[in-house]
Every structure is written in structure tokens, then in C-alpha cells.
Design a protein around this ligand. Structure first.
Ligand code: SAM
Ligand code: CA
Length: 264
């Protein structure tokens, strides 16, 4: 049973494991901390906490999915009883591990993915990232949590993998859930392919769709290194807002999380 007493909350100190706090779109560190302290950290599974703390020591730590977004994703995965999922952009694996912990435990073995013909009745995650080194930072924690058998990590750019999956008609409409957290320039390309792979009623969730709040700022106010991705995110947001194949909810969790539900 989780204890929400004030003594318990006071004992939770914020240390180095919150490199993502600057992303908070609530524009208030205090409010973001309040949400984490009262509702997120007390319920964060211990393997995720360990992975977050290990990731905090890595120079790319700001890329990790924020724990509040993770909590929301875990809830979505359970609400739709997701079994088969796709993850684009793994980094050290925070969102991957939370997905593995949230789907049922009857996963298939890793070897079954190799011919890209997927059985439809077992839990599994296809996780794609060209950077295996960062995945290997989190891998020991994933193994210790006993969920590695649910993960098929593919070291690759995502588009060729999605295209290969689509070459097999059996894969169409066979996934329950997809999480996209990679190169923003390809969000619309991922969206088109995932709409074929995810079933009607399934979810495709895109991270960073408010891009640090820059989507609502004039371009000249945005730093050069953020401009190209900002343009891609704005184009993506405009496109999904009129896409009749999906229902959407853009939530101000973390850096913005757009939840798309396929309806046709
Ligand atoms: N979801 C991760 C987490 O919770 O820690 C964070 C992902 S991080 C923001 C983005 C990742 O996308 C990086 O690990 C990067 O290597 C990967 N990436 C970049 N371009 C990619 C591509 N074309 N296909 C797949 N992954 C890509
Ligand atoms: Ca992200």
C-alpha cells in the first residue's frame, strides 16, 4: 500500500535525477515538482526509478521520457489492454521499460521477430533505434526486471523497418499501440505507416509535440538549432488536427504528448 503521508512526501528529496524538469510546460518548477512528488514518484516502479537515476548520469539525459508522461502512457497501455506495440526512439529505455512493465507477461521470444512475420496473440514490443549503445545502458535494468523477453530491439533507422513490416499484409492492423519519440522531421512519415500497422481503436502516441513551448512562439524568437524540428512539429500538429482517420488529444504532459486513436 502506498503511503501519501506528509512525512513520506517530505522524505522525497529532488536530487540529480530530474534533468527533464526544464521541459515542464506548466512553466513552474514548483508545480511540476508537486505533481511528481505527490502522484508520480510514489507509484513509479522501482526498475523505472533505477533507470531514471542511471540515465541522469548520461549527457543525453534530457531526452528521456518524463516520468509524468510515462505514468500517463502506462495508464493508456493498460486501458486498451495493449499487447503488441512499436517504439520508435529508445535511448536508454525509460518509455520502453515502462511499456514492457505495462503489457501482459505472456510475451513471445526474441527469435520470432527475425523473419518479420509476427504472431498476433502474444505480448511484444518492437523497439527501433539506430543507437544500440544507449539501449545497452538500460538493458541490465530491463533484464533484472524480468521483461527483456518482451522486447525485440532493432538497431536501425525506423522507416525501413516499418516499410518492411508493411510488406507483410498480416502485420496491417495488428498492433495495439505505438510510441514515437525520435527524429521530428519524420513524424508525419511515421504517422502514415503506423496508421496502417495499428488496429482501429489502437493508439499512436507522439512525444514532444509542443517542442518546449516554441510551437506558440514566433520563429525569430526560437534558437537556430530548434527551428527545423519546430517547423516539423508545427506541420505535424496541423496535419493531425484535420486528420479524419483519428481522434486526438494533445496533452501538456512533459514536452507535449499527442495521443491519436485510430478510428478508420
Ligand atoms: N523514448 C526514449 C526514452 O524514454 O528514454 C527517448 C528517445 S530520445 C528522445 C530519441 C531517440 O531517437 C534517440 O535514442 C535516437 O538515437 C533515436 N533516433 C533518432 N533518429 C531515429 C530514427 N530515424 N529512427 C529511430 N530512432 C531514431
Ligand atoms: Ca521525448
Amino acid at each position: 500500500m502506498i503511503c501519501f503521508s506528509s512525512i513520506y512526501l517530505k522524505s522525497m528529496e529532488f536530487t540529480t535525477a530530474e534533468p527533464f524538469l526544464h521541459k515542464g510546460l506548466l512553466q513552474s518548477f514548483e508545480l511540476t515538482k508537486y505533481i511528481l512528488k505527490t502522484n508520480v514518484y510514489p507509484r513509479e516502479p522501482s526498475p523505472l526509478k533505477e533507470l531514471r537515476e542511471v540515465t541522469a548520469k548520461h549527457p543525453g539525459n534530457f531526452m528521456s521520457t518524463t516520468p509524468d508522461s510515462g505514468q500517463l502512457m502506462g495508464m493508456l497501455l493498460k486501458l486498451i489492454n495493449a499487447k503488441k506495440t512499436i517504439e520508435i526512439g529508445v535511448y536508454t529505455g525509460y518509455s520502453l521499460l515502462l511499456t514492457a512493465l505495462s503489457i501482459p507477461h505472456d510475451a513471445m521470444g526474441i527469435e520470432l521477430i527475425r523473419n518479420i512475420k509476427l504472431p498476433t496473440d502474444s505480448s511484444m514490443i518492437i523497439a527501433i533505434d539506430p543507437n544500440k549503445e544507449t539501449y545497452e545502458i538500460g538493458l541490465p535494468i530491463i533484464q533484472k526486471a524480468g521483461v527483456e523477453h518482451k522486447i525485440n530491439f532493432i538497431e536501425s533507422q525506423a522507416l525501413p523497418v516499418l516499410d518492411k513490416l508493411l510488406q507483410n499484409k498480416d502485420n496491417e492492423g495488428s498492433f495495439d499501440f505505438a510510441f514515437v519519440d525520435a527524429d521530428k522531421e519524420n513524424y508525419l512519415n511515421y504517422h502514415e505507416r503506423l496508421l496502417k500497422l495499428v488496429k482501429v481503436g489502437g493508439l499512436i502516441v507522439f512525444d514532444n509535440t509542443l517542442w518546449g513551448g516554441t510551437v506558440a512562439q514566433p520563429e525569430e524568437a526560437v534558437s537556430e538549432d530548434r527551428k527545423e524540428s519546430r517547423r516539423s512539429i508545427i506541420e505535424f500538429n496541423n496535419s493531425v488536427s484535420i486528420d479524419q482517420r483519428i481522434e486526438i488529444a494533445l496533452t501538456p504532459s512533459g514536452d507535449g504528448l499527442t495521443i491519436c486513436r485510430r478510428i478508420r
